[in-house]
Structures are given as structure tokens and as C-alpha cells.
Design a protein around this ligand. Structure first.
Ligand SMILES: Cc1cc2nc3c(=O)[nH]c(=O)nc-3n(C[C@H](O)[C@H](O)[C@H](O)COP(=O)(O)O)c2cc1C
Length: 361
């Protein structure tokens, strides 16, 4: 007797009542890799706000690592853990060599970028264009997994150009998972490889979060992390019902104080610092240590300029700390006369001219 090709219309549809997401996943919450932004200073600042959230480096290309200054690209501070190195590349032997470096340097994960649409990256035949070559990605993942014990993960888009079909991303994940990748971070929009700048490619192709939820349903054994356009804590909480983790990029960078609530809300852990002033004090102490070791502090300070956003006096504070004319001065001396947002009677306008004349006097 042959079985019917489709179940009779009356048979109950059995969808899992609850998606088996891993509430204790190390990927529960993370800050996205962002070129020129998530350098080691930025990650240090983010650590003052959240101890539990996973942090990612900027993308480092295999070429830069194998032929450039490894210390400059890889050195980081132990307080940044858990921290992942993101690689850009496609040659399996090079990826394996770089994964070994990542492990030797003490990174907690090595992540392969299959989502960057920039033309420079496309010329190097990596980034988002790798989504068209899942077998090559699988080879790269396998080579890296053979080389290291730390997790090897992949960050990708839901499609490239005008390919909107769900089975494109499903097959990509399936092929790469067969090579042993267990964690997929999915930026839930296509990458349009022609005609859009990388910035436009982060805004214009429509977001389709439901495709990432669907991936989790189709691959319940894999860790699925959703990324793209997620801003509020309530949105994060919503996605955590459907996937194992949420990765936040621009919102975390521009509104860093939001992260101060994450350890308590999403991990049931203590908050590192109760108020912004305490974060500012710890951050300036970090800048001061760098200054005393001869490192300019202004490049690091730019990552913290959103700390007081939303509080009266934030603008004056931002202007004070971003004024290039005081870059030679010690951060702790500047701190003593910086505007104090939120303090009644504190100057609400730029006090720089006053500060500059104090400094001259
Ligand atoms: C300035 C900037 C640089 C970025 N650089 C990288 C990168 O190096 N590697 C990467 O995988 N994604 C990079 N991205 C993309 C982010 O990781 C993230 O996927 C994207 O911003 C969408 O998330 P969001 O809407 O939460 O910001 C970058 C994004 C920004 C804004």
C-alpha cells in the first residue's frame, strides 16, 4: 500500500509549541563587529557597561594578519572577555592559520565574515559574495575547525542581490553546518552587491527577521543569532523567544548607556556600575593610563561620546570631550573641569573656551 503524498486535510499540524532556544547560550547577547568602531578601546568601554555581553572585534583580513602587524591587530585586554575575533578571507589555509593566531592570542571565538558587501571586500572575494559559494565557506570552516578548539562561527546575510528565496539562506546554513559550524549570526537583510554603499546596504535592503526565526525552526540543533535593526530591550526580549541570541550594532554604539541594563535584564547578573558618572570615572581612569603610557586618548574617547545621551547637558559634555584643541592635555585634569550632565546648575553650553583659558592660565 502506498502512503498518501500529503497528509489528509484533517490531520493536526504539529508545530513545536516552543522553539527550543538555549537561554544559557554564550551568544545570548552580543555587540556586532563594526569596522573603525569596535576596536579594543571601544570594547573596553562597552565592558564598563556590561560584563556578560559578547563582544566582537572589527573585521581583520587574513592578508592583514598574515603579512601585517599581528600585535596591532590582535592585542586586547583580558577584561574584554568574552571576545571574538572576526576574520575576512576565503582561502581555507589562510583562514586556518589566522584561526590558530586567534586561539593563541586567547580569543573566545573566531568568526568568519560572509556579510560585508563593500567593493574592496568583493575584489578580495570574501564577505557577502561568499554566500554564493557555500562549499568554499564550508571548506574554510572545516580548515579552521581542524586547526583550533575555540568555536568557529559564521556571520552572514539572508541573501545577496535580488535572491529573496528562503531556501537560498537555508541551503547556505545547511551546507556550512555540515562542515561543523554550529553558530550562525544572521544579519536579516540581503546584501546588494552592486550599486549600494556598505552604509546603504545596512539600511536599504528590507529587514526580514522572520526568516531567521524560520532558520531556528528548521535547524533547532544550531545556535541562531539574529542581527539587524534591533534597538529596544523589548525587541531583544521578543527575539529571544525565537532564536538563541541577539546581536546589536549601531544602537549599542550610539546609545551605550542602554547596555548598562543588559546584565540584569538578560542574564540575571549584577550591573557593573549603577550610574553614568561611575562609568565616566572608570573610563577616564582608563584614558589616563593610556595617556601616561604615551597613547593619544582622543581616538578612544570618540567611542564614549554617547554616554550621557538623553540627559540635560549631554551636548556640552560631548563637545567638551571631542574638541581637538585639548588633545595634548591629561584626561584626568580635563575631567576635573568637564561639564557634568544632569547636575543641577551645571553649565549646559560648551565650556571649552573657559576650559581652554583655564589651561592657558
Ligand atoms: C560602522 C560599521 C562597521 C561595520 N563593520 C562590520 C564588520 O567589520 N564586520 C561585519 O560583519 N559587519 C560589520 N558591520 C555590520 C554590523 O555588524 C551589523 O551587521 C549591522 O550594523 C546591522 O546591525 P545593527 O542594525 O544592529 O547595526 C558594520 C556596521 C557598521 C555600522
Amino acid at each position: 500500500m502506498s502512503l498518501p503524498a500529503t497528509p489528509p486535510a484533517t490531520s493536526p499540524v504539529t508545530l513545536p509549541a516552543v522553539v527550543p532556544v538555549d537561554v544559557a547560550s554564550p551568544w545570548r547577547l552580543s555587540v556586532a563587529p563594526m569596522l573603525d568602531w569596535t576596536d579594543r578601546h571601544c570594547r573596553h568601554f562597552h565592558r564598563l557597561l556590561t560584563r556578560q555581553t559578547r563582544l566582537y572585534t572589527e573585521m581583520v583580513t587574513t592578508g592583514a594578519l598574515l603579512h601585517g602587524d599581528v600585535h596591532r591587530h590582535l592585542d586586547f585586554d583580558g577584561v574584554e572577555h568574552p571576545v571574538a575575533l572576526q576574520l575576512g578571507g576565503s582561502e581555507p589555509a589562510d583562514l586556518a592559520a589566522c584561526a590558530r593566531l586567534a586561539q593563541r592570542w586567547g580569543y573566545d571565538e573566531v568568526n568568519l565574515n560572509c556579510g560585508c558587501p563593500s567593493e574592496r571586500v568583493q575584489r578580495g572575494a570574501f564577505g557577502a559574495c561568499l554566500m554564493a559559494e557555500p562549499a568554499l565557506v564550508a571548506d574554510g570552516v572545516k580548515a579552521m575547525r581542524d586547526a583550533v578548539d575555540i568555536p568557529v562561527t559564521v556571520k552572514h546575510r539572508i541573501g545577496i542581490d535580488r535572491i529573496e528565496r528562503y531556501d537560498f539562506v537555508r541551503d547556505f546554513v545547511g551546507t556550512v553546518a555540515e562542515a561543523g559550524c554550529e553558530v550562525f549570526i544572521v544579519h536579516a537583510r540581503n546584501a546588494w552587491l552592486q550599486g549600494l554603499s556598505p552604509k546603504e546596504n545596512r539600511d536599504i535592503p528590507p529587514l526580514r527577521h522572520e526568516l531567521v526565526h524560520q532558520l531556528k525552526r528548521d535547524f533547532p540543533q544550531l545556535t541562531l543569532v539574529i542581527n539587524g535593526g534591533i534597538r529596544s530591550d523589548d525587541e531583544i526580549a521578543h527575539h529571544l523567544h525565537h532564536v538563541d541570541g541577539v546581536m546589536v550594532g549601531r544602537q549599542a554604539y550610539h546609545e551605550p548607556w542602554q547596555m548598562a541594563g543588559w546584565d540584569a535584564r538578560f542574564f540575571g547578573a549584577a550591573t557593573p556600575f549603577e550610574d553614568r558618572r561611575a562609568v565616566e570615572d572608570a573610563w577616564i581612569a582608563y584614558l589616563q593610563r593610556g595617556h601616561e603610557a604615551g597613547r593619544p586618548w582622543t581616538q578612544a574617547m570618540r567611542h564614549a561620546l554617547g554616554l550621557w545621551n538623553g540627559v540635560a547637558g549631554a551636548r556640552a559634555w560631548r563637545q567638551f570631550w571631542s574638541d581637538a584643541r585639548q588633545r595634548e592635555q591629561a584626561p584626568d585634569l580635563l575631567h576635573a573641569r568637564a561639564p557634568r550632565p544632569g547636575v543641577a546648575g551645571a553649565p549646559q553650553t560648551n565650556t571649552l573656551s573657559q576650559a581652554a583659558s583655564d589651561a592657558r592660565g
